[in-house]
Design a protein around this ligand. Structure first.
Ligand SMILES: C[S@@+](CC[C@H](N)C(=O)[O-])C[C@H]1O[C@@H](n2cnc3c(N)ncnc32)[C@H](O)[C@@H]1O
Length: 222
């Protein structure tokens, strides 16, 4: 048993709800051996994202922050026939690893990775007149979260689901004196989301093998 009860519980729940999966195990192992940081969503969180996408019948998903493609694989597996995940990733090395993992998972035909700063890729999508997305998952650099919300709304329609990870930061978001740029980004994002009249939104705290954090969940209403 782990010393932290929530870690033991996470492992127990993974055993029940997200048993061994060759493509995902490969994605995690190859990301680690390529030296990528261990900051992907957990198996339970990946499946939760997958189920959110399935629940709304998502055909177009936008992801900010691919890393090694772990969450991308969960999301791509949820797509309706003919659907696509567009994933924005700053680091060419991360994008290469993600592309290989997505290929290994047999999902290359439905995932596009755009390499570069997400703010530039988002502006590009808007300039191209991209069809609004059904689900947008924000999981890139935290200081830019407020800007990502602005762009996510431009790429949404009524009914679009917007999910953002890491908006609780071990509870530090409750500290208005905290000078950490990631915490400040999450605080500004949360305040902006709460005040945004076009969405219904909440934040759920998460705890498990990757510590204490939280997901923002929003539905675009108009
Ligand atoms: C938390 S990781 C993403 C994890 C991934 N969603 C998963 O759960 O498997 C964040 C990723 O965002 C990328 N990133 C950081 N700053 C970025 C930026 N300005 N634009 C696009 N991607 C960025 C990082 O290189 C990293 O790969």
């Amino acid at each position: 048993m782990s010393s932290e009860p929530w870690i033991a519980a996470d492992l127990y729940l993974h055993g029940l709800f997200t048993p061994e999966d060759a493509a995902l195990t490969h994605a995690t192992a190859s990301s680690a051996s390529a030296g990528l940081p261990s900051i992907a969503v957990t198996p339970s969180q990946g499946k939760w994202l997958h189920l959110q996408a399935r629940a709304i019948g998502a055909k177009r998903i936008l992801e900010l922050g691919a890393l090694g493609g772990y969450s991308t694989i969960w999301l791509a597996r949820a797509l309706r026939a003919g659907g696509v995940v567009v994933s924005l990733e700053l680091e060419p090395k991360h994008a290469e690893v993600a592309q290989r993992n997505i290929h290994h998972a047999g999902l290359s035909d439905r995932v596009q990775i755009r390499v570069g700063p997400a703010l530039e890729s988002l502006a590009g999508l808007v300039a191209e007149g991209a069809t609004p997305f059904d689900l947008i998952f924000i999981d890139a650099d935290k200081p830019s979260y407020p800007d990502y919300l602005t762009w996510a709304l431009k790429l949404s329609r009524p009914g679009t689901v917007i999910i953002a990870d890491n908006v609780v930061r071990s509870g530090k978001v409750a500290d208005d004196t905290c000078t950490d740029a990631n915490v400040q980004g999450a605080r500004r994002f949360n305040a902006m989301l709460a005040a945004e009249p076009r969405v219904g939104a909440t934040v759920l705290q998460t705890v498990g093998e990757k510590g204490h954090d939280g997901f923002a969940f929003a539905v675009v209403e108009r």
